[in-house]
Write a new protein. Structure first.
Length: 242
């Protein structure tokens, strides 16, 4: 049994994860897949993921947190939204640094990704930034926001792999033959949703409360996966001291 869960990193949502753990009763600990999104309240989900052996994919907020942490370690602390990254442990940073952009599950013909894929484009030719930012597509061009003539990418994707993703709370649950979007807006007071594979059984619980009313924008430093480039240089030229 494989459980794929879309998780926002807030204290209330973390409590919902434990409800899921009891409700779903997953048996193989490594088979809990968590597409993570980093929030500024807590980091319990990272600890849980590490200790449970869950596999996680890189999201836009994860990368923004890493980028902010690298800059703040070098003295650039002009964005109050990312003050919480000062409290990230060495294990937290190492965990975020190793997050992959995709998780391939060939035994069930499935791939997990944070946001989406451009239909018809081979995986090796996909934009890394769009793998965790896109929501819409027009022809072979991906967009994060709505554009004239563009459609939700999942509605135009026809396989061959099943893609499980999140990143689009506004669209809510997206259930098409070859794409399954699990972001049902728990942090906005809606629901937390998981899918059990390969039977593709959906499980959903309501949010405890509304944690935020508006989406939190991520850093924009000219590159959507900026931390990937800054990380090698950061560690090469001194890195952290812990």
């Amino acid at each position: 049994m494989l459980v794929v869960l879309w998780m926002m990193l807030t204290a209330g949502v973390m409590r919902r994860l434990w409800i899921y753990r009891n409700k779903v009763k997953y048996e193989v600990r490594r088979h809990l897949q968590l597409p993570t999104t980093l929030d500024d309240e807590r980091t319990q989900i990272q600890t849980f993921a590490r200790q449970s052996g869950a596999l996680c994919v890189r999201g836009n907020h994860d990368d923004a947190a890493l980028s902010a942490w690298y800059l703040r370690q070098r003295g650039t602390k002009d964005d109050a939204r990312y003050e919480y990254t000062d409290g990230l442990s060495a294990a937290d940073i190492a965990f975020l640094e190793q997050l992959p952009f995709t998780i391939d599950l060939p035994e069930i013909n499935t791939m997990v990704v944070h946001a989406g894929v451009v239909p018809g484009v081979p995986l090796e030719e996909q934009s890394l930034g769009m793998l965790y930012r896109m929501r819409f597509v027009k022809s072979s061009t991906a967009f994060e926001g709505q554009q004239a003539g563009a459609s939700l990418w999942a509605s135009t994707y026809h396989g061959p792999k099943l893609i499980v993703f999140g990143h689009d709370a506004k669209a809510g649950l997206q259930d098409t033959p070859f794409a399954l979007g699990l972001d049902t807006g728990c942090c906005y007071g809606k629901r937390l949703t998981a899918v059990i594979l390969p039977e593709r059984r959906l499980v959903s619980v309501p949010a405890f409360k509304t944690y935020t009313s508006t989406p939190t924008p991520t850093q924009s430093w000219g590159g959507w996966f900026w931390s990937i480039f800054v990380a090698p240089a950061y560690h090469l030229f001194g890195g952290r001291n812990d």
